[in-house]
Design a binder for this molecule. Structure first.
Ligand SMILES: C[S@@+](CC[C@H](N)C(=O)[O-])C[C@H]1O[C@@H](n2cnc3c(N)ncnc32)[C@H](O)[C@@H]1O
Length: 257
């Protein structure tokens, strides 16, 4: 079982993960665990100070190193007591490597993770240099705190832990699993106004449907994320299917003219 040890000044935000959906079910079934740690609980001064003004001036506040180290030491003590060994320390940060399917899969194999959520202008650099193993970003933008990024990571990693998703929810056909985007999905009704579902999907011919889905996934990826196609060598069969899909798309467009 993977335990996420989350360090946050706003632990109540994580309640949402317990409310509904796949993560909440996995928590109830003890397939994963969330332990929340608030650095405010480890501050000894009367004012509960966890942040201070940045050296050199400028706007905003910076999370201080001491309460973070004290929190980390408490987590490590509790892991040692439970014989859980060492844990990777991850700081959610816009300066980190962007979270990917590959990284999520790698993290889903860990037994413990310590996730540090920053607030304000971020955390004292000395904590990052001395105690953080990895900085992970959820994209090239800035959120007000690390709580939502940590929840994104928990969600993306949890669904890859064996047994968390049931067969119907399986991630093996999702985007990125095979380095491609997912194929398009359709459901009832068969015709909405004059919009029809691709005929092959109604045929019941599983071989044809599988071929259409692969072709459609290749076309979607080619159109929306050509970088993924460039990063992944297509097999001869995949190249052939993509050429076929492009040709069919052109024929379709010509028909509509
Ligand atoms: C307002 S941000 C600080 C941004 C920082 N001054 C910067 O420009 O790089 C506060 C906290 O939100 C989190 N955060 C913001 N954007 C993020 C992102 N894209 N990925 C992961 N964490 C992020 C980090 O934990 C950060 O310490």
């Amino acid at each position: 079982m993977l335990t996420f040890n989350i360090v946050s000044l706003m632990p109540q935000m994580f309640e949402i993960l317990k409310m509904d959906g796949v993560v909440s079910r996995a928590l109830n079934e003890q397939k994963l665990k969330l332990d929340l740690w608030n650095p405010r609980d480890f501050v000894l001064d009367a004012h509960n100070t966890i942040d201070d003004r940045p050296y050199g001036g400028g706007p905003g506040m910076v999370m201080m190193i001491e309460p973070l180290v004290d929190t980390l030491e408490e987590i490590q003590k509790s892991l040692a007591k439970a014989n859980k060994g060492n844990s990777k320390v991850i700081y959610l940060s816009p300066k980190g490597q962007t979270l990917s399917h590959k990284k999520s899969l790698e993290l889903s194999k860990e037994k413990n993770l310590i996730l540090i959520s920053g607030r304000y202008e971020g955390i004292d650099q000395r904590f990052i240099d001395q105690y953080v193993d990895e900085e992970i970003s959820i994209g090239d933008f800035v959120t007000t705190g690390g709580e939502l990024p940590a929840m994104v990571l928990v969600d993306a990693v949890s669904r890859l832990i064996p047994g968390v998703l049931n067969k119907a929810e399986s991630y093996q056909e999702d985007s990125f699993f095979e380095g491609l985007l997912d194929h398009c999905h359709y459901t009832r009704p068969e015709i909405f106004k004059d919009l029809k579902v691709p005929e092959v999907l109604l045929s019941g011919d599983h071989k044809k449907i599988a071929k259409w889905r692969k072709k459609n996934a290749l076309l979607e990826t080619f159109k929306k994320r050509p970088d993924l196609i460039n990063n992944r060598e297509l097999t001869i069969e995949e190249s052939r299917l993509l050429q076929e899909a492009l040709k069919e798309q052109e024929q379709d467009l010509n028909k509509r003219k």
